[in-house]
Design a protein. Structure first.
Length: 498
C-alpha cells in the first residue's frame, strides 16, 4: 500500500475520451492516446490493500489486483506486468472490453467511487508491450501429445496458450478467415483496435501454437476425424446461435441480426470492403436490444452516418446508485451507464425528435410489429411501453421510422448446423449448451468444452477463465494425472449474486 491515505485524498479519475465530434469521424479507439499513463499511478494509490480483497472474488480470473496496484503506484511496471499475466493471458483485451465486475467488488466502492481497476489493468498491459515485457514463453520441452482447439475466441485462445506453454502441440481451428472470434468481427474497432489482437496471436505463434483458419470442423474437417487425429479436443466455439424477434414483419427486407451487421463494418476497417452492404448511412436505424451488442451497433451506425438511431431496451431505466436491498455490495449492480456510443448519440441527438438528454435509448420499450412498403422493405417499428413484468401498457403505442432494423437480443448456444455437435455425438443441456462434468469433460472421452459454448453467453473474463481452467483439465488428462496449470474456476461457478 504505497499511500495509506490515497483513498481519502485522491478522487477517482477515469481515462479521458476524445471529443465526440472527432471520434465519430474515424474508427480509432475512443480514448485520448497516451492519456492513461499519467493517471494510473495516483489512481493505483487509491487501492486500500484490503485484508480481504473482494475484487479477487468478483473477478473469475482471480486477478491479483492489490498486488499490481501497489507495484504501479511505485512505477515498477515489469513486476506489475508479471503479476497481471500470472492470472490473465490477455489483459489488453479485458482492460478494454470487460465491464469490470472487479470494480463493483472493490471495498472502497462501499461508500466511494471504486478504484479504476480496469484502467490500471489496461495501462499495465500496454506498458508491457511497449517495454518488451510481453515476450513469447515457449515450452522447455514438448510432451509429444497433440490437442485440437475448435474456436479462436478468448476461451479458445486462452486454452491454446496455456496448453502450448505446458508443452503440448496445439492446433487452433477457426471457421472464419481471421482469428479472434467475436473479438475480431463482433467487437468494433473503436472499442478495441485489432492490432492488440494481432500482436497477441503473433506471440502465440512464436510460442508454437498452430492455427488453421477458414476451416469449419464438421464440414471441412470431419469431427470424428479430428478427434481421432488428436489426443484431446477442446470445443470453444462460443454461443453463436442468436435469439430471434418473434413479431409480425420479421421477414421484411432490412431486418438483420447484429452479427450480420457488425462483421461487415469490421471488414471495412480491415480493408476487405470499401463500404458495408448493410451500411446505415442515411438510414433510420432502430436497434432492438439494450445490451453491449446493441451499443456496438449504435456506435457503428453513428460512424456510418445514419440519419437517426434509436435503441430499444425492454428493461426500465435503472438508477444511478446501487440498490442495497436487491443488489448489495459486492455484486455487480444494474446501473444507468453512459457508454461511449450513448454519449455520442446524446451529443449528436441521433434519435428522432430527441429530447435534450436523450442518449438514443428508449427504456421499458418493446417492439410489437414491423411494417414495410409494397416492395417488402421495412419502413417502421411499432412499439409499446411495458411495465416491470414486461406487460404492455395500454395507450402507449408509438411508431418509429426505420429502414434498417438490427436485432441485438443475445445468443443461445453453439451452432448445431455445421456437424460438430452431431459428428462427435455431444450431449446438450436443455438450454442448448454443451453438457460437461465437473472436469469440463463432455460425454465423449477426450473431448472437453469451454467458454460460451458450454457456459452460455457470458463476459470475456469468464471466457478467459474457462480457457485457463479447461487447459488444466486437459493437461491433467494428458500427463500423469497432475498439472501445474491454474484452474481459476469450475464449470458450475457463477458470478456473485444477492
Amino acid at each position: 500500500m504505497a499511500d495509506p491515505k490515497g483513498f481519502l485524498t485522491t478522487p477517482r479519475r477515469d481515462r479521458p475520451r476524445r471529443p465526440v465530434e472527432e471520434r465519430v469521424r474515424d474508427w480509432d479507439e475512443v480514448y485520448v492516446p497516451g492519456a492513461l499513463l499519467p493517471l494510473v499511478s495516483e489512481q493505483a494509490d487509491r487501492c486500500m490493500d484490503c485484508g480481504v480483497p473482494f475484487c479477487h472474488e468478483a473477478c473469475p480470473l482471480g486477478n491479483l489486483i492489490p498486488d499490481w496496484n501497489d507495484l504501479v503506484s511505485r512505477e515498477d511496471w515489469r513486476a506489475a506486468a508479471e503479476r497481471l499475466h500470472a492470472t490473465n493471458n490477455f489483459p489488453e483485451f479485458t482492460g478494454r472490453l470487460c465491464p469490470a465486475p472487479c470494480e463493483a467488488g472493490c471495498v472502497l466502492a462501499i461508500n466511494q467511487p471504486a478504484v479504476t481497476i480496469k484502467d490500471v489493468e489496461c495501462a499495465i498491459a500496454d506498458r508491457a508491450w511497449a517495454e518488451g515485457f510481453a515476450v513469447p514463453v515457449p515450452p522447455d520441452r514438448l510432451s509429444g501429445r497433440t490437442v485440437a482447439v475448435v474456436g479462436s475466441g478468448p476461451a479458445g485462445l486462452a486454452a491454446a496458450q496455456q496448453l502450448t506453454r505446458a508443452g503440448h502441440t496445439v492446433t487452433v481451428y477457426e471457421r472464419d478467415d481471421r482469428l479472434g472470434g467475436l473479438m475480431r468481427y463482433g467487437i468494433p474497432e473503436f472499442k478495441m483496435e485489432k492490432r492488440h489482437l494481432e500482436r497477441r496471436i503473433e506471440q502465440m505463434r512464436a510460442e508454437g501454437t498452430l492455427f488453421r483458419t477458414s476451416t469449419t470442423v464438421g464440414r471441412d474437417v470431419g469431427a470424428a476425424e479430428l478427434r481421432a487425429r488428436h489426443d484431446a479436443v477442446v470445443i470453444a466455439t462460443g454461443a453463436t446461435v442468436w435469439r430471434e424477434l418473434a413479431v409480425p414483419g420479421r421477414e421484411l427486407t432490412g431486418v438483420h441480426q447484429a452479427m450480420e451487421y457488425l462483421p461487415l463494418a469490421n471488414r471495412v476497417c480491415a480493408g476487405d470492403l470499401v463500404t458495408s452492404p448493410l451500411s446505415a448511412a442515411g438510414r433510420d436505424v432502430v436497434i432492438v436490444g439494450g445490451g453491449d451488442t446493441g451499443a456496438d451497433c449504435l456506435g457503428t451506425a453513428v460512424r456510418e452516418g445514419a440519419a437517426s438511431v434509436t435503441q430499444l431496451d425492454i428493461y426500465e431505466r435503472p438508477g444511478t446508485v446501487r440498490d442495497e436491498e436487491t443488489e448489495p455490495w459486492p455484486t455487480y449492480p444494474k446501473l444507468y451507464r453512459l457508454f461511449p456510443a450513448h454519449e455520442e448519440a446524446r451529443a449528436l441527438r441521433t434519435a428522432p425528435a430527441a429530447a435534450e438528454d436523450s442518449d438514443a435509448r428508449l427504456f421499458a420499450a418493446s417492439a410489437l410489429r414491423l411494417t414495410g412498403d409494397a416492395a417488402g422493405r421495412v419502413r417502421a417499428v411499432h412499439l409499446v411501453e411495458v411495465d416491470a413484468e414486461r406487460r404492455p401498457v395500454p395507450g402507449t403505442e408509438r411508431v418509429l421510422p426505420a429502414d434498417l432494423v438490427l436485432l441485438a437480443l443475445g445468443f443461445l448456444g453453439p451452432d448445431r448446423a455445421d456437424g460438430l455437435v452431431s459428428g462427435l455425438g455431444l450431449e446438450l443441456e436443455p438450454r442448448g449448451t454443451i453438457a460437461r462434468d465437473a472436469g469440463f469433460a463432455t460425454n465423449v472421452p477426450g473431448v472437453f468444452a469451454a467458454g460460451d459454448a458450454a457456459r452460455g453467453q457470458s463476459l470475456i473474463v469468464w471466457a478467459i477463465a474457462e480457457g485457463r481452467a479447461v487447459a488444466a483439465a486437459v493437461d491433467r488428462r494428458l500427463t500423469d494425472g497432475t498439472t501445474r496449470l491454474p484452474a481459476p474456476i469450475g464449470p458450475y461457478d457463477r458470478p456473485m449474486r444477492a
